[in-house]
Design a protein around this ligand. Structure first.
Ligand code: BDP
Length: 695
């Protein structure tokens, strides 16, 4: 068992009662598949039902009890489902069971092909997770329009911050060779509603835009097309110079503008349904409009103008920082973007990371959410676990994503959640989007850690419907991936839900952030200083000294808090009303200060670090109880990975506590196991060839 089938396993249903009921209800299939998308939906249905039922008889039978699949042009469906249902259905679908004259029709209907595909996957999910399908009456449509994976894959096959092997895109063998893996990738994504992939790294190479590479990209687009997945490319802003021979990439220069128009025209010749560009500009050394004294809107609009005739979009990233804001990097994106609200063309989305620093185990939501009402803001989550233990640690990100989505921005009063900002509900945007930095690579199970599949899965599900709970998504995933046994499902779900708080506790509790090792980010590094730039060090973020620790972002400090709506700014201005989970993010607190009844900061910090390790031990115990319930291969794999996670959690705990103790000078309260090594030992750890970076 190598995990390669992800959540689309379709193993035969062992519960005979359930199986009999399904076979009775679905004794025949009526699905005339004509278009390429209908054909892949049909193929998936067949694969699924043959696997789950253990036979394919129903595909050649006729019966009163039929699974009927089609759009509103299907006569029978037209009679059974009112026309009104199809209005505004978009990519959505209807699944409905109609019982008439002793005949049971199970209908999957949609307004278009991709809706039928999504409906088919949804129905297969219900069967795989052994739900009662006898009375279905479902209408589903996505709440976010562009649901996109961002691959940070380089043309040389490496993956920036990738921990699951090399890139799945084999640029060398493309366009001639498009392995089944590409189709399986498309199936997996379509099954959770993802409808776009940016194929190359945001730190991009202009070569991606050359004719040779466009032809290769077109071959991937061809595989994805039936699955409703568009391809996008990260565009390097200086491409007109590097591959166009121009002297400048100034967005206001007519020659540059013409170069992009011609380039985009060429792109669409090869890929008629190309999605558009993702751009990282003027960030971490990437070129951008500011190199020419222009702003982000000038840059984005130049590309948007070129893409507009083809309905392409620009996803312009707001992850920008340099040393211009020496007091607090957290403020820079807002400073650069807020004033540009209203200046972007209508096919531009500004893509904002969930927090203002960088994909930490926990961050307060980015202050740009709710601050740019005239601009559609696109969420960027990181699915790959750059700061959360790579693909060694079991961390269920569904819980992290949900926490961010549910935060209240107060932009239009109470209830203006981040989720409603990105679905367009708050500011009435039609163009909406969400992106996840992919955790996919060449490893057999796609994501390295078997449980990292759940992070890809939960991203897709939340992109479709951000109102789902992390728990229900976890339950679905477990049933599709491991087992339908209720007791086991609950045990695994509890492990997953607690795993997020565990990683926060053993890495960065109480609002600590950015204290990992330099550059490769593997393991703790609260001691990192002198890294060339202050905002690349850890000491810049925790500011520990003999008196206390934490970053003062209130009005007496960097005042980053002022970037939030007053409701939040006021609440977080005072330590007492700041949620403890964000305490050191916004405040400087003395080691001896009481942050809870009878609890000093130091004691609370110790408690959290130890709690984190304990949670991993609890996950290990829970997993051990599943011996026999999970196939041997994946059981062993997860057991081993949990053991490594346990070691590394202790490493984080001991290294961080010893480091902070060198300032607090306070003892570990009684009863805690002593660190295994000295602080010097941890500081001197060296690692070679860490994945995810150019070594
Ligand atoms: C940081 C990563 C870096 C990315 C950057 C980005 O360390 O590799 O290039 O984000 O998002 O988290 O552009």
């Amino acid at each position: 068992e190598d995990g390669s089938r992800l959540w689309l396993r379709y193993d035969q249903i062992q519960n005979q009662q359930v199986l009999m009921a399904y076979k009775k209800q679905i004794a025949a299939v009526s699905f005339v598949a004509n278009s390429p998308t209908q054909k892949v939906a049909y193929a998936e249905l067949k694969k699924g039902i043959v696997g789950l039922f253990g036979q394919d008889a129903i595909f050649s039978s006729t019966s009163n009890n039929t699974l009927l699949i089609g759009d509103s042009s299907n006569k029978e469906i037209k009679q059974l489902i009112k026309a009104g249902y199809f209005k505004d259905l978009g990519e959505g679908f209807i699944i409905k069971v109609v019982i008439q004259n002793q005949m049971t029709k199970t209908i999957i209907a949609a307004a278009n092909d991709v809706g039928l595909l999504y409906g088919t996957f949804h129905f297969l999910k219900l069967l795989q997770s052994q739900q009662d399908v006898s009375k279905l009456n479902i209408v589903e449509k996505p709440k976010i329009k562009n649901r996109i994976l961002n691959h940070w894959d380089n043309l040389d096959g490496t993956v920036e911050r990738g921990y699951a092997g090399t890139s799945i895109w084999d640029w060398h063998k493309l366009p001639g060779y498009t392995p089944t893996k590409y189709t399986d990738y498309a199936r997996a994504n379509a099954s959770i509603g993802i409808n776009g992939s940016v194929l190359n790294n945001v730190n991009s190479n202009s070569l991606s835009l050359t004719k040779e590479y466009l032809i290769k990209t077109a071959a991937i687009a061809h595989v994805f097309r039936p699955y409703g997945i568009k391809v996008y490319l990260s565009a390097r802003f200086s491409a007109p110079i590097e591959i166009g021979g121009l002297k400048t990439a100034d967005p206001l220069n007519p020659e540059v503008q013409q170069w992009w128009k011609d380039k985009v025209k060429e792109v669409y010749q090869y890929i008629p349904d190309f999605g558009g560009f993702l751009v990282k500009a003027n960030s971490e050394g990437q070129p951008g409009p500011q190199n020419y004294g222009r702003n982000h809107a000038d840059g984005a609009n130049m590309l948007a103008t070129a893409l507009k005739p083809y309905n392409g979009i620009v996803m312009w990233r707001a992850f920008v920082y340099d040393d211009k804001v020496p007091d607090d990097r957290a403020k820079q994106a807002y400073n650069e973007f807020k004033s540009l609200d209203g200046q972007f063309m209508d096919n531009v989305l500004v893509q904002v990371k969930n927090g203002a620093i960088d994909f930490q185990p926990r961050e307060p939501f980015h202050p740009l959410f709710g601050a740019m009402p005239k601009t559609p803001l696109m969420m960027e989550f990181q699915i790959t676990q750059e700061y959360l233990g790579f693909s060694t640690h079991l961390v269920y990100l569904g819980a992290l994503f949900k926490e961010v989505l549910e935060e209240d921005t107060y932009s239009k009063g109470k209830g203006s959640t981040v989720s409603k900002v990105i679905t367009g509900e708050i500011d009435n945007h039609q163009l909406t989007g969400i992106a996840g930095v992919a955790n996919i690579g060449s490893e057999a199970n796609w994501t390295g850690h078997p449980f990292a599949q759940a992070n890809w899965y939960s991203f897709g599900r939340l992109a479709w419907n951000p109102d789902l709970s992390a728990e229900e998504i976890a339950s679905d995933w477990i049933k599709l991936t491991f087992t339908n046994d209720n007791v086991a499902v609950n045990e695994i779900k509890n492990m997953m839900i607690s795993s997020r708080e565990a990683v926060v506790d053993y890495m960065t509790p109480l609002g600590l952030h950015h204290i990992m090792a330099r550059n490769h980010h593997y393991g703790p590094g609260p001691w990192v200083k002198d890294a060339g730039r202050p905002d690349w060090t850890s000491v810049y973020y925790h500011k520990a000294d003999n008196i206390g620790v934490g970053f003062n972002r209130t009005s007496t400090g960097s005042n980053a808090l002022a970037q939030y709506h007053p409701e939040i700014a006021k609440l977080y201005e005072k330590k007492e009303t700041t949620p403890l989970k964000y305490l050191l993010w916004f405040h400087r607190v003395q080691w001896n200060e009481e942050i809870a009844p009878n609890k000093t900061l130091w004691n609370a910090m110790v408690e959290h670090y130890y709690e984190g390790v304990k949670s991993v031990e609890e996950m290990q115990n829970k997993w051990q109880k599943l011996d026999g319930e999970i196939d041997e291969d994946r059981f062993k794999e997860v057991s081993q990975l949990l053991a490594v996670q346990h070691q590394e959690a202790k490493w984080w705990r001991d290294a961080c506590l010893l480091y902070f103790q060198s300032f607090s000078k306070l003892p570990l309260p009684a009863g805690y196991e002593k660190p295994a090594h000295s602080l010097e030992f941890y500081e001197q750890q060296r690692f070679y060839f860490v994945p995810g970076i150019k070594n």
